[in-house]
Design a binder for this molecule. Structure first.
Ligand code: ZN
Length: 236
């Protein structure tokens, strides 16, 4: 009889231990999920490019990520199929002027043509119909332009400097050493080194719990409106 009581006692204790352990694990997982919810926006300027766009689209798909492509009209006209493909694969089409110009050096009339001419072209080529984000080439924008144009001016908070360094590991470290929740990363569509950096960077960011999305998606996830008449460089 004594033996039986001891056995029941031991089994009960074991059961309690197990239950307590499971509760602890669940608690830990909940905390981890909460802590790891970080989101960044990825952007590619100056495309589309025969050399790189298709590879970038494949990588974004592979890592369940999306991006905003700020496209120039002259490149769009040369690669109409790629403009369509970027949008079809769930990415965002953004405006980067018709000819990649220094806007502050131009008349208001020419600024208007460079911006809205390209917006109309990109909408026609992609089929996208909503509000289109704009990124000024070289980040070149002044107070007057911000007042006049009723469009979102999207800058960046993390600069990969891929157009300058042309080396995958430098590009990666430029991005990964500065990254934080709500950042907007700038890269360029047109360099082989950017493809390699994108693959390694996406892998690393995913491991660290980041979600990688387009600029509009970043603001939607954070439940915030994209402001106008200011330079937008992140979403905290
Ligand atoms: Zn550019």
């Amino acid at each position: 009889m004594k033996k039986l009581v001891r056995k029941i006692f031991q089994s009960t204790m074991l059961l309690l231990f197990l239950l307590f352990g499971i509760m602890k694990i669940n608690q830990k997982q909940d905390i981890q999920v909460f802590e790891e919810k970080k989101t960044v926006a990825l952007t590619y300027d100056d495309g589309p490019s025969r050399l790189t766009t298709a590879s970038l689209l494949n990588l974004l798909e592979k890592y369940d990520a999306s991006a905003t492509f700020f496209i120039n009209g002259n490149h769009a006209n040369e690669n109409k199929d790629l403009v369509k493909e970027i949008y079809k694969k769930g990415n965002e089409i953004g405006n980067h002027t018709l000819d990649h110009v220094w806007l502050t050096k131009m008349s208001q009339e020419e600024q208007h043509r460079q911006i809205y001419g390209n917006e109309n072209l990109l909408k026609f080529l992609s089929g996208y119909e909503g509000e289109m984000l704009f990124r000024p080439p070289y980040g070149d924008v002044n107070k007057e332009m911000l007042e006049i144009f009723d469009i979102p001016f999207i800058m960046w908070s993390v600069d990969s400097r891929d157009w300058e360094v042309h080396d995958a590991s430098s590009i990666q470290s430029n991005v990964l050493s500065h990254i934080d929740d709500g950042d907007i990363i700038i890269m360029h569509d047109g360099y082989a080194s950017t493809i390699e950096a994108t693959e390694n960077g996406l892998k690393k960011l995913k491991q660290e719990g980041y979600e990688i999305v387009s600029v509009s998606e970043l603001f939607q996830i954070k439940n915030k409106e994209i402001p106008k008449h200011v330079k937008v460089s992140h979403c905290r």
